[in-house]
Design a protein around this ligand. Structure first.
Ligand code: NAP
Length: 407
């Protein structure tokens, strides 16, 4: 795992610094090199500068449709395996989404070089660069420092890009809107709710608090449980619940809709078929299942593409290991519910937590994230303190020996 180091923050926008085992990368601005230092490629944002400067690896230039340079970054070797990232954005990029895309591109580039994570610094007074880093998936770890795991994203259904560490909204009461807002501000992009949670009140709270939703935020809900608390997977009920959820969440489409439980009284094919029809009508983007067996998952996949599975799973409860393995094999997102609570008071988890300087909750989440790249934990909390603690778990690294001991 690369050692990371933040070298400095600067006034010129986000700066990035990172190290691998055998290479050190650091950031600096490119101002001192003069404006004509970079060659632009108006129809492309990427080029290679291998003969203008010894050891340059790659550079990117961001160009607007009218040919104007919006910013640039480069990643180049200096000497003896040390490389440098320079990043500079024009002021006018703010608010256009280009800067965020540039930082995302840089993350992909760094990933291509075999890096696992990035740290970035932002100018204290520069809200713009902080926003850019957050939108590009960085978590704030200090007053001016940000951090991002380059493998922390997952494309649900191959197209819904989310951070793997999500948030379960189930514990929020109607007055807890600020917790949901803080989750989004911290960079959480996957938020899980359900009709069951307050019979729509939880969905309403999210809409009241987060609408209009940020483009990168995916709020996913569940249907299939009817008042006063019994499973009901009849197609007409699922259709009505989807329509009601759309209204409460103020959405035209539920990008990811999950079947809360398979109703044993209704053929699975009818339940999943109803969701497939809703997808074909455009009311649903992708379909997820919850609390399913390997056989039910296989049967459902024979009818429609399944993008996610949400089963109970944590360090101390691996009953659904075979389902996780089936998801892994098929590239299906696995959203373990109850990911945190069992580990909070467990002595073995506490021991490893003490070794890493993390909390037991963070250790539980770090274990899940390391367990499989398809795992997207959705820890739930009603407090901002626990939310911040849980989100920061993304930065916790467990040694292989610690993972083995926990496993
Ligand atoms: N598909 C399903 O059938 C199903 C079932 C249950 C839940 N879910 C979803 O999964 C999400 C997570 O499941 P869950 O809420 O049951 O389990 P969880 O996230 O493991 O645990 C939540 C509980 O742990 C506490 N907690 C959270 N962070 C903590 C921390 N850092 N330190 C100490 N305590 C902490 C919370 O209390 P505080 O409020 O005091 O922080 C809350 O009581 C839910 O929010 C919901 O979206 C789905």
């Amino acid at each position: 795992m690369p050692e990371l180091q933040l070298l400095r923050a600067d006034h010129a926008g986000p700066l990035l610094a990172f190290e691998t085992d055998n290479r050190a990368f650091f950031a600096r601005t490119v101002e001192d090199r003069g404006d004509d230092y970079f060659t632009t490629f108006p129809d492309h944002h990427q080029g290679v500068l291998d003969d203008q400067e010894k050891g340059v690896l790659r550079f990117h230039v961001l160009v607007a449709d009218d040919g104007e340079i919006l910013g640039r970054f480069n990643l180049y070797d200096l000497d003896g395996g040390t490389a440098e990232v320079g990043f500079r954005l024009a002021e006018k990029m703010t608010g256009r989404g280009v800067a965020t895309q540039a930082v995302r591109d840089l993350c992909d580039l760094a990933k291509g070089y075999g890096l696992n994570s990035l740290r970035a610094g932002a100018d204290v007074g520069n809200r713009g660069s902080r926003g850019v880093l957050r939108r590009a998936g960085f978590v704030q770890t200090g007053e001016t420092s940000f951090w991002r795991d380059l493998h922390d994203e997952f494309l649900i259904g191959g197209e819904l890009r989310v951070r793997r560490l999500g948030f379960g909204a189930m514990h929020l009461s109607p007055g807890d809107g600020e917790v949901a807002r803080r989750a989004v501000d911290l960079g959480v992009t996957l938020i899980d709710t359900a009709y069951l949670y307050g019979w729509g009140a939880n969905e309403e709270l999210l809409a009241r608090t987060l609408w209009p939703y940020r483009r990168e935020v995916l709020v996913t809900t569940k249907v299939g449980v009817a008042r006063p608390g019994r499973l009901d997977g009849r197609p007409e009920v699922l259709r009505a619940q989807v329509d009601a959820a759309l209204e409460r969440l103020r959405m035209d489409r539920l990008d990811l809709l999950q079947l809360h439980r398979v109703d044993p009284e209704v053929p699975l094919a009818d339940q999943v078929g109803a969701l497939r029809d809703l997808r074909d009508q455009g009311k649903i983007g992708h379909i997820g299942l919850s609390e399913v067996t390997v056989d039910q998952l296989a049967e459902a996949r024979g009818i429609v593409e399944v993008a996610s599975v949400q089963n109970r799973y944590n360090l101390l409860d691996r009953e659904h290991e075979p389902v996780l393995e089936a998801c892994e094999a098929a590239g299906i997102a696995f959203l373990p519910w109850r990911p945190v609570l069992p580990g909070v008071a467990d002595p073995a988890v506490a021991e490893i937590a003490a070794e890493t300087g993390a909390t037991p909750a963070q250790t539980s989440l770090a274990w899940l994230l390391a367990r499989s790249p398809v795992i997207l934990p959705i820890p739930g909390t009603s407090t901002i303190a626990h939310l911040e603690e849980n989100v920061a778990a993304g930065a916790v690294r467990l040694a292989r020996s610690q993972r083995d001991r926990l496993g």
